[in-house]
Design a binder for this molecule. Structure first.
Ligand code: COA
Length: 164
């Protein structure tokens, strides 16, 4: 049995360790981390998945971001990630469970744009598709910039929420 719950302050280092285990070394050098530096994650969207023994099996976090258009206007969005599932639990639906649980919380608040950098074959099943109008901090492969929600009219640079 897996329990999904909001991440608590005491979970912090356990979640960091899970991310260290699941991602390549130097994950914090990824361009997406520039959007997170000095900005608090969205607490109610940071979730943990624990097994029946209370052992951490997966975690997801979200950050607030803004898109700055060429005219200087901005619009808010969410950055999904990091998300990771412990190797012993991968392929059991936990990643999907975490994403769906976060979406349920997000959708309660009304239409919200969500951005991530990832693989469309995985995230496509959760409503994410390639978006062309926004520019992530370099270096980011544009083919991996995916969005959920109405991104049609949104163009510009993706910035940390703290910049604006
Ligand atoms: C990506 C990750 C979170 C998925 O979690 P999970 O619990 O294993 O995924 P689920 O059980 O919900 O889904 C499993 C399915 O997704 C597929 N899948 C997993 N990662 C995928 C990827 N990167 N691209 C395409 N498909 C992927 C699996 O092949 C499986 O397919 P199936 O349903 O056809 O058998 C997990 O594999 C992980 O932690 N990976 C290492 C860290 C990472 O890459 N995080 C994401 C960064 S964008």
């Amino acid at each position: 049995m897996i329990t999904i719950a909001q991440e608590q302050p005491d979970d912090h280092w356990e979640v960091e360790n899970l991310y260290d285990l699941c991602f390549a070394p130097g994950r914090e050098a990824l361009s997406s981390y520039r959007l997170r530096a000095g900005v608090a994650p969205v607490a109610e969207l940071c979730l943990t998945a624990r097994d029946a023994d209370g052992i951490l099996a997966g975690a997801i976090r979200f950050w607030p971001i803004r898109i700055r258009n060429p005219e200087g206007g901005t619009c808010p969005a969410l950055l999904l990630g990091p998300i990771a599932v412990h190797p012993t639990h991968q392929g059991e639906g936990l990643g999907g469970g975490l994403i769906h649980a976060a979406h349920a919380r997000i959708d309660k608040a009304g239409p919200t744009r969500i951005l991530l950098v990832g693989d469309v074959p995985y995230y496509g099943r959760f409503g994410y598709g390639r978006i062309n109008g926004v520019e992530m901090p370099p270096p980011t492969n544009p083919d991996r910039v995916l969005g959920r929600g109405d991104w049609q009219a949104i163009t510009g640079q993706v910035c940390p929420a703290s910049d604006l």
